[in-house]
Design a protein around this ligand. Structure first.
Ligand SMILES: C[S@@+](CC[C@H](N)C(=O)[O-])C[C@H]1O[C@@H](n2cnc3c(N)ncnc32)[C@H](O)[C@@H]1O
Length: 255
């Protein structure tokens, strides 16, 4: 096995340490209909998933507790979930057993997936490799794994949010521009208690990467929080995300 990059080791420590905090959310999500991101935007609005996935092979890259894998299985797909944290996979494994579903789970860095070329019809990452891995590694890897015509959905932080955060504290996103937008790439954060590495880049760079790697863009969404409803305990307030996009979604197809 090739050596893990430093940020994969650091992010593994982060997720193994925090996996327990994600169990309850994972359990709820396994039981609900598909809805996306921090604000729970319904699938009926975004239409990210094929309605009937019978006979399709799908992979979730950075699956965590694997609730999206569960949604894909319910639509008829055979699914592989890969994650960098053994503790997150332990929850996924338990939930798969409790729900009586067949789900292949792989532990490792999903920038390098131990599956042959063109193994999958569909790939998805919601806050998995989509934000925790280097897009110049995981996007070409997703392309390799997909059959021609296969679709990839990724959801993660909107790059604008990365410009209004203090990466040395766990305070929520501010209304002040603090970090440059252009040149954004690897983001190492350390709030005193915790460290991790995320990746993001300007929207124009995402457009370029999809095209250069060999994907056609089917849809791009900037998600907004609803006007009413409860606050969520993430790093963006509901008010912030009602005024500015906190999340982006790309749906792309392999040429
Ligand atoms: C926020 S969870 C995503 C799962 C789920 N959609 C959610 O939002 O809870 C992030 C997951 O990405 C995983 N992850 C981070 N870097 C990864 C990598 N390089 N390869 C595979 N998984 C990775 C973490 O271990 C963690 O379980």
């Amino acid at each position: 096995m090739s050596e893990l990059p430093d940020y994969v080791i650091k992010n593994r420590e982060h997720w193994d340490k925090h996996a327990d905090s994600w169990v309850a959310m994972g359990e709820r999500a396994w039981n609900r209909n598909p809805s996306w991101g921090m604000w729970g935007v319904p699938e009926s609005e975004l239409q990210l998933l094929p309605v009937d996935m019978s006979g399709m092979d799908a992979i979730e890259l950075g699956c965590g507790t694997a609730y999206i894998s569960a949604w894909l299985i319910r639509r008829g797909a055979r699914v592989v979930g890969m994650d960098n944290s053994e503790r997150q996979l332990a929850t996924a494994r338990r939930l798969a057993t409790e729900h009586g579903v067949d789900l292949e789970l792989i532990h490792g860095n999903a920038e390098v997936v131990p599956k042959p070329d063109e193994s999958f019809d569909f790939a998805v990452s919601e806050y998995g490799v989509a934000i925790w891995s280097d897009p110049f590694k995981w996007v070409p890897e997703a392309h390799r794994l997909l059959k021609p015509g296969g679709e990839l959905v990724m959801l993660g932080n909107h790059p604008l949010v990365m410009c209004v955060q203090d990466f040395t504290s766990d305070a929520p996103a501010t209304f002040t521009l603090m970090e440059p937008y252009f040149g954004m790439g690897r983001i190492d954060w350390d709030d005193g208690d915790d460290q991790g590495t995320n990746f993001n880049m300007p929207v124009s760079d995402w457009f370029k990467l999809w095209g250069d790697v060999g994907f056609d863009i089917l849809a791009y969404h900037e998600l907004q929080s609803p006007e009413s409803g409860d606050e969520v305990s993430f790093f963006v307030t509901k008010d912030w995300a009602h005024r500015y996009p906190s999340e982006q979604v790309w749906k792309v197809r392999k040429r």
